[in-house]
Design a protein around this ligand. Structure first.
Ligand code: MEV
Length: 404
């Protein structure tokens, strides 16, 4: 097959962002919005990258190797993270203009590193390829655009190097398992591992929650790299609100680190409090299922936990006046919202409980839009990474991305 087409979902962190970096737990779920990648073999030694969402079009030779890692015929199951020196050298060799944006630079450098390292661990070097990427997610807004890119990158290139099977997925509409990937657990773990290598280039020292939920899909509890799949999560509706304020996850995580190191006796207990909020929220979601989704008092608790979590994040200094405004507008109609992801701008989510009057949701949406926010209603718990072979009404595969 000349072309490999994969997609991976975005994510929303319901609770635990930032605290998860300090070994606390996070509750995260995948979204029904996805990033798509197509990788088409060429007959020469060129890599052509075309990522219109970040206005990137670039042509590079295949043979760049500056890593110095001895991965040749090495163990593909033990990827080595890029050192700062290698990242700097790859930036110079990437052929990007000096005024290239941060997203363009990081996308190219992580691509080149993962390509080179997987190539060295393969029986024969990876061939020249055309790579197309398109995302339904806003870029750099805390909804996992970079994690879904990293997961697609790992899945497509591991497939290109024959490190994972062809994943001829099956469709079973009766059981509602629409597109089950046929990658084994170990293969999916391998995709997660390599996507983390790319995430490290983009974000420094991420906890791994984003690429984990984006790889596996559904809802997960994540703590220190350990993942518990929460199959017991009720299907909830949320309103996603994009403040359109740009921010960098790397900078926000490092600002919190500075504060934590300076005031560990003060900030430490805030991290503990966030952890307790996450635990209470996981328990509440599970109690909701036991109560047939219809307990107003449990929904009330979930709303209160969202408010408490937002307050704690504000104390960490990762909110923003536009995020606070989203919370004000939603609160005026009795709804509860908090930032999601790194904060500092980016996105918030607002819980839409089954009892919320449709007119209230409409009113909130129109007020937010009138104030310049972008918002959309969505379900959580989309399918994790998958390979696409044919057209499907369940996925918006971009034109020209499917195998010929
Ligand atoms: C970013 O989506 C979540 C943070 O907790 C960073 C991380 O977990 O790596 C802010």
């Amino acid at each position: 097959m000349r072309r490999i087409t994969v997609s991976a979902p975005g994510k929303v962190i319901l609770h635990g962002e930032h605290a998860v970096v300090y070994g606390k737990k996070a509750l995260a779920a995948s979204l029904n919005l996805r990033t798509y990648m197509s990788v088409t073999k060429r007959g020469d030694n060129l890599i052509n990258l075309h990522f219109p969402d970040i206005e990137l079009k670039l042509s590079l030779p295949c043979g760049i190797d500056v890593s110095g890692n001895n991965t040749k015929n090495g163990d593909v199951t033990s990827p080595i993270p890029a050192s700062d020196d290698v990242i700097e050298t790859l930036k110079k060799l990437s052929g990007l203009d000096v005024d290239a944006s941060q997203s363009q630079t990081l996308a190219v450098v992580s691509f080149l590193y993962v390509y080179t390292e997987i190539s060295k661990a393969s029986k024969s070097p990876l061939p020249g390829i055309d790579v197309g990427v398109q995302s339904e997610l806003p870029i750099g807004a805390g909804l996992g655009s970079s994690a879904s890119y990293s997961v697609c990158l790992a899945a497509a290139l591991l497939q290109l190097g024959s490190h994972i099977n062809e994943s001829k997925f099956s469709s079973n509409t009766e059981t509602d398992t629409l597109y089950q990937s046929s990658w084994t657990h170990n293969e999916t773990e391998l995709i997660k591992k390599w996507s983390y290598i790319s995430e490290k280039i983009m974000h420094g020292n991420p906890s791994g929650v984003d690429n984990s939920v984006t790889t596996f899909g559904g809802a997960i509890e994540f703590r220190k790299g350990n993942i518990t799949n929460l199959s017991q999560m009720p299907e909830i509706k949320i309103l996603l609100v994009n403040t359109k304020v740009p921010r960098s996850t790397k900078t926000l995580v490092s600002n919190v680190r500075t504060k934590y190191d300076k005031y560990v006796d003060v900030i430490g207990p805030i991290m503990d409090a966030i952890d307790a909020v996450t635990t209470r929220s996981i328990d509440t979601y599970s109690n909701l299922l036991d109560n047939g989704h219809s307990s107003p008092s449990l929904y009330k608790d979930l709303g209160e936990l969202i408010d408490i979590n937002q307050g704690l994040l504000r104390t960490l200094g990762v909110s923003h006046s536009r995020l606070d405004r989203v919370c004000e507008v939603t609160a005026a109609l009795g709804l509860h919202a908090k930032l999601t992801g790194a904060g500092g701008g980016g996105c918030a989510f607002c819980l839409i409980t089954p009892g919320t009057p449709k007119a209230d949701v409409k009113e909130v949406m129109s007020q937010l839009r009138a104030e310049g926010f972008e918002c959309w209603k969505t379900n959580i718990c989309g399918q994790g990474v998958i390979r696409h072979w044919t057209h499907s009404e369940h996925y918006n595969i971009p034109p020209g991305f499917l195998p010929e």
